[in-house]
Design a binder for this molecule. Structure first.
Ligand code: CIZ
Ligand code: SF4
Length: 354
């Protein structure tokens, strides 16, 4: 949708007034009206690193969701202030693992006598508390690009992995990329006593998967894949590993948002693609490559935005930039020092992965 020209002008003016003091980060799943003001675009991890590489920027305006702003705060300097234009922009997946639930899970593993064999591996899409838990218990963070490397590393440190909070990324990586069987994985349900598992099940498992998922990627189904193959003969199905296992198993290609972008960039003219990821990104790529004869469609028939990502709209961005330009620091996301130090430990283990 075309942006309101008055708001566009106000955003431009406020950004110009702030100059090098502000650095605007735009996640791939953000609206076009917001992306046009991003100094850099990327996935959550790339954006946090880009912000850290700009120490002269006093204000980091993070157009994305809460856990991403926390990660940027953890990785940037103390004098860089991270701002989230709408504090209601959370992530339903990250919210599926709270600090209390994860501490309770660790008690369950301890009582089952297996905690010392377990290495936590947490997806980037988790709160700072969960990253800190991971760091404290000898584990690492992973992204959808390095999950296999993170798991290989973890299985050198211990015999079992507790994978948080996305069951699908954990299962898909273990089974599709590492040759484990579905029976090597158990699902820990934080809403049931003992995670809904027996001690025997916990002891036999290699992968203990947290029962979390992405509400956006979780909506693609085997039927969406079959439908698109029937509709568009010769189509290549390319999906994100946050999709359900049967969707990933039926797809032709699987990878992170950066992988999806690079694959479409390299795709030959005349090729056809159905993409299983967030709709703002798919539409942007479809438009970008339309005149090169690459046909790019959304994998599902129904519209599938990330509703919390979409909370960051041009009015919120204008409000954030104008407030900062007037010297009002609003919506700062600040992780406390102790959480930050353990979370950083887990992130540094990821950076050191072979
Ligand atoms: O699903 C998401 O939110 C993704 C892919 C986030 C990110 O950039 O890591
Ligand atoms: Fe969270 Fe899914 Fe939205 Fe990403 S797309 S922010 S994982 S709900």
């Amino acid at each position: 949708s075309p942006s309101d020209p008055d708001l566009v002008e106000r955003a431009r003016a406020a950004k110009e007034k702030l100059g090098d003091k502000v650095f605007v980060l735009g996640h791939h799943y953000q609206r076009d009206e917001v992306i046009q003001f991003a100094d850099v675009t990327g996935d959550s991890f790339k954006l946090a690193r880009d912000a850290a590489a700009k120490p002269e920027a006093e204000y980091i305006v993070f157009c994305g969701v809460h856990f991403m702003a926390e990660s940027a705060d953890i990785l940037t300097g103390d004098d860089q202030k991270v701002v989230l234009p709408d504090l209601a922009a959370g992530c339903s997946m990250a919210d599926m693992a709270t600090a209390e639930q994860v501490a309770e899970c660790w008690d369950v593993l301890t009582e089952a006598g297996i905690a010392e064999q377990v290495v936590p591996v947490s997806y980037m899409n988790s709160s700072a508390d969960i990253k800190a838990f991971t760091g404290k218990h000898g584990g690492t963070i992973c992204t959808s690009s390095n999950a296999e490397r993170a798991l290989n590393w973890a299985f050198e440190q211990g015999e079992k992995v507790l994978f948080l909070p996305d069951q699908h990324l954990g299962r898909n990586t273990a089974v599709r990329d590492m040759g484990m069987s579905l029976d090597d994985c158990v699902l820990y349900n934080p809403h049931k006593p003992n995670g809904g598992l027996t001690v025997e099940q916990l002891r036999a498992a290699k992968m203990i998967l947290w029962r979390g998922h992405c509400s956006v990627h979780g909506r693609f189904s085997l039927e969406s894949v079959e439908d698109v193959r029937a509709r568009i003969p010769g189509v290549n199905v390319l999906v994100h590993p946050e999709c359900r296992h049967e969707v990933v198993a039926a797809a032709d290609y699987v990878g992170s948002t950066e992988y999806i972008i690079n694959t479409l960039e390299a795709a030959p003219a005349g090729s056809k693609w159905a993409i299983g990821t967030e709709l703002n990104l798919v539409r942007r790529l479809a438009n970008r490559y339309a005149d090169q004869g690459k046909e790019i469609v959304f994998l599902d028939k129904t519209v599938c935005f990330c509703s919390t990502m979409n909370r960051i709209d041009l009015p919120h961005l204008v409000w954030a930039l104008e407030s900062l330009a007037e010297g009002n620091l609003i919506n700062r996301i600040e992780v406390d020092k102790e959480t930050e130090s353990f979370a950083k430990l887990a992130l540094e283990r990821m950076l050191a992965l072979p």
